[in-house]
Design a protein around this ligand. Structure first.
Ligand code: IMP
Length: 180
């Protein structure tokens, strides 16, 4: 399947699933080496990172904790406006080595929010592992330590990422076609 349509938009294959899986294995091995002798808690950010997290975890050959979180922004009662919170963090993170698992780091705003909120609980360390990274769009404070693929500033779907809630179940990554 080299071309697909989601809603009104056309997409073409960008990174096939076998290349993705090879890269995920590499990332898992690097993490294992870097965290030898340390206990890791993986915090996967829903919804987009579910497929990446699943493949990554299947390739980690050590005992690890895995939990899933969501970032929510709501109108607070303070004058500062929006308030961010993490939903689903059921386990304690104090003194643990945290690896935040993301589908894509684009502007870096989401990951900055997550790291600020997690830091308040004094973990031993926080690293970011992302399937995709768009360096040209990035304006955040936390450069991801583990990156599957650096991509240009284009819109992509598949492997967990969606276009208006569709496309998350595709096992390959697709890019938006400029002309139909
Ligand atoms: P950031 O906060 O700008 O780094 O954006 C992160 C979030 O934006 C990701 O978790 C995605 O949900 C979404 N996003 C950014 N770029 C894309 C894309 O190309 N396709 C699908 N979703 C994207």
């Amino acid at each position: 399947m080299n071309k697909i349509q989601l809603h009104d938009k056309h997409f073409q294959i960008y990174i096939p699933s076998h290349e993705i899986l090879a890269k995920v294995k590499e990332l898992a091995q690097k993490i294992e080496t870097d965290f030898e002798g340390k206990e890791i808690l993986f915090l996967s950010i829903l919804n987009g990172s579910f497929m990446f997290t699943s493949d990554l975890m299947k390739n980690i050959n050590k005992q690890v904790e895995i939990s899933f979180i969501k970032v929510s922004s709501y109108s607070g009662t303070t004058t500062t406006g929006r308030v961010d919170e993490l939903i689903g963090l059921a386990t304690t993170i104090t003194d643990k080595h945290i690896i935040v698992v993301e589908d894509i780091v684009d502007t870096g705003i989401t990951i900055d929010k997550v790291i600020t909120l997690l830091s308040a609980s004094n973990p031993a360390s926080i690293s970011v592992c992302t399937f995709l990274y768009k360096p040209s769009a990035f304006k955040g404070n936390n450069v991801p330590a583990y990156v599957g693929f650096e991509i240009p500033n284009k819109f992509v779907v598949g492997y967990g990422l969606d276009y208006d809630q569709l496309g998350r179940n595709l096992e390959s990554l697709y890019e938006l076609k400029s002309t139909n």
